[in-house]
Write a protein that binds this ligand. Structure first.
Ligand code: AHR
Length: 662
């Protein structure tokens, strides 16, 4: 009798437990469409950190091509008789080299360029070598020999691609020749020999793959630009980040220096050269070869709304406590003018001063700029005092442009609390929030935006990433928590209108900051799990939020919600419902999805389930194993408007169904 009673109790208990499991039912209300999701919702943040521009997305393979680094021959090794001159043809880049006869027919004059951690070239591809040159003593036939060499080779010859160029004028002229290597080499050297007797002057020595993104000369690395396009980004922030501000105002990003002929764009110091002395890169400069024109063009080509951030006259506040480091409020005029001129450069018609410059570069049509950010991570009363003047001037000249202000470097706390009301007072359109935070923060912030003021400025989550505690590098669990947190952005799409993970790129040999979204070496690119998280959101962002609840509450990872985060959207053009669910726990969870409010004739068809999962929480994709963790798609069917989903531990799942009539 006692045994029977025990069995009965066990049965009741297990039935109760399974009932408890049933409470993970997610109810998706299909009847009413919620807030519109902005096309800008998920996008990109670009900053020239980690060799993201020169040595990265910008496809130039020669470092210090204009001899303007403070150590004029940095990146170069010279042999024979080479001297640096400073009266070259480009006013803002006056230095160049003179190659002279070494004094003996068996000796050689020339120079090697080391590229960015070597020069990466691929077998069978074409590379355009170009140079500005002249014969300083006149005459008609000087020669240089150009080679791609593998210096650590045991082969009979170090060179694996060779061409000659004849220099035929006393006047500066641009010359070019194609190199077609017959082997792939990640770390080759560019070698140039003086191949005739008289002296030859060389300036702006450049080597580009012909096969760049969209085939542009002065173009971008195709694989990296393609990775950006493949996200389907809605917005594209540029040029940063702290780089906007500069360590001092002289080294802030000056957009006007980044346009026009590349030969005459002056060099800028890159603050990420020395910001972290423990990751010091003395040869990190900005050629501005990837400048504002190239940025606007890329934005257009990948379908993202450009969002430039300009200096507000404050040098990096982390690095400058002396108020004299900043522009006094009453002297901000030229900075404000820079912002207005940038809008004109993007949108002005071809009769305007800056619109004409854009047209001269090859784009007479407007770039349709709609947003501008003033200042990066600024704080204190000195920021609103300056921002106010920008807001007034921009509103007056360009009421159509939306202005982004900043809430400082922290996701909460004193500055954040001070700046948000200030941003409301100044009536900016969006406020840039930054959060590089640990796991605990991401797990606790699922409801962050649920109670934000619906009447104030909108949110631009302009820089964020999960920085694992003691694990500040890319790994699956951190990315999973980013996905979990993003359900809260999506549910609050009436408030959060833009979000950009940061930073974007990192060279495996030259990084200063981790984690990053895309890693690369000289030949390959790797899309991290965080990349796929961003891509899954951007490609499945939908057009309207719809209500998704569990036991009547939004699913925010709150206590009693079994570590689940979820959101749902309707996508008008594809007529589909998209549900994102993240299981952040080590347990398999039964999570039935129920679609409420459908009409009798409605059917849910073409069901797919896209899953991003790894059983190794510390792993990520690498150059060696670029596809270790990628989204996997399977088909699923809904029975009776419900799907009995079972979520593996630590999984980000996207479900998508088309609504069709029977
Ligand atoms: O993304 C790296 C840096 O983080 C950005 O430059 C800065 O805005 C933030 O502090």
């Amino acid at each position: 009798m006692r045994i029977r009673r025990t069995l009965f109790t066990a049965w009741v208990l297990s039935a109760a437990l399974s009932l408890a499991a049933q409470t993970n039912e997610l109810v998706i209300q299909t009847k009413k469409l919620g807030a519109e999701i902005q096309p800008t919702m998920y996008g990109l943040f670009f900053e020239d950190i980690n060799y993201a521009a020169d040595g990265g997305l910008y496809a130039e393979l020669v470092k210090n091509r204009s001899f303007e680094f403070p150590q004029h021959l940095m990146g170069w090794k010279t042999f024979g008789k080479v001297s640096v001159q400073d009266d070259g043809p480009f006013e803002r880049n006056p230095h160049y080299v003179r190659l002279s006869y070494p004094g003996h027919p068996q000796k050689h004059t020339g120079l090697d360029n080391e590229g960015f951690f070597g020069i990466g070239v691929k077998s069978g591809e074409e590379y355009r070598f170009s140079v500005w040159a002249r014969l300083p003593e006149g005459g008609t036939a000087g020669k240089i020999r150009i080679e791609l060499v593998k210096t650590n080779s045991n082969a009979e010859r170090q060179a694996f691609a060779t061409q000659e160029l004849t220099i035929d004028s006393k006047e500066w002229k641009k010359y070019q020749v194609m190199l077609k290597p017959d082997m792939t080499e990640a770390k080759s050297t560019l070698r140039i020999f003086l191949a005739s007797q008289g002296p030859i002057d060389l300036e702006h020595i450049s080597l580009f793959p012909v096969d760049t993104w969209k085939g542009h000369e002065n173009g971008l690395r195709k694989d990296l630009a393609q990775a950006l396009a493949d996200i389907h980004p809605g917005v594209f922030r540029f040029p940063g980040g702290c780089i906007v501000e500069g360590t001092d105002l002289n080294t802030r990003y000056n957009w006007k220096n980044s346009i026009g002929p590349v030969e005459n764009r002056p060099l800028n110091e890159n603050r990420w050269q020395y910001t972290f002395p423990h990751r010091f890169f003395p040869d990190y400069y900005q050629s501005y070869g990837l400048g504002f024109y190239e940025y606007f063009l890329l934005s257009e080509e990948i379908g993202a709304a450009p969002l430039p951030i300009v200096s507000c006259g404050l040098a990096c506040q982390f690095q400058n406590t002396d108020p004299k480091a900043h522009v006094p409020v009453e002297e901000l005029g030229s900075y404000i003018q820079d912002a207005l001129d940038l809008i004109e450069f993007a949108n002005g018609d071809t009769t305007s001063v800056w619109g004409r410059k854009r047209a001269a570069m090859g784009h007479p049509a407007s770039f349709h700029l709609k947003f501008i950010g003033i200042g990066n991570e600024q704080w204190g009363p000195e920021y609103p005092a300056r921002l106010e003047l920008f807001v007034k001037a921009i509103r007056k000249a360009h009421p159509e442009i939306k202005i982004v202000g900043s809430s400082g470097p922290d996701s909460e706390g004193k500055q954040f609390e001070y700046l948000w009301p200030e941003m409301k007072r100044l009536k900016v359109d969006l406020v840039d929030e930054h959060f590089y935070r640990p796991e605990s923060w991401f797990l606790s912030q699922g409801a962050r935006y649920d109670n934000y003021d619906r009447k104030g400025p909108k949110v631009f989550a302009g820089e964020y990433a999960c920085h694992g505690k003691g694990k500040k590098w890319n790994h699956f669990y951190a990315s999973l928590l980013e996905a979990a947190f993003m359900t809260g952005m999506e549910r609050n799409a009436d408030v959060v209108q833009m979000a950009t993970y940061a930073p974007l790129f990192a060279h495996v040999d030259g990084w200063q900051w981790r984690p990053d979204m895309i890693w690369f070496d000289n030949l390959n690119a790797v899309r991290t799990v965080s990349y796929y998280v961003q891509q899954l959101y951007a490609q499945n962002k939908g057009t309207n939020v719809i209500s998704l609840t569990m036991n009547g509450k939004p699913v925010t990872g709150a206590e009693g919600q079994d570590g689940l985060f979820a959101s749902a959207v309707w996508d008008g053009p594809t007529h589909s419902y998209i549900v994102k669910v993240i299981n952040t726990t080590d347990k398999t969870l039964r999570v039935p999805l129920t679609f409420a409010g459908l009409k009798r004739q409605d059917e849910l068809t073409n069901g797919i389930c896209i899953k991003l999962h790894s059983s190794d929480l510390d792993s990520d994709n690498t150059i060696e194993h670029p596809f270790a963790i990628v989204p996997e798609t399977t088909s699923v069917s809904v029975y009776d408007r419900a799907l009995d989903a079972e979520l593996e531990p630590y999984t980000f799942t996207v479900y998508k169904f088309t609504k069709s009539a029977k």
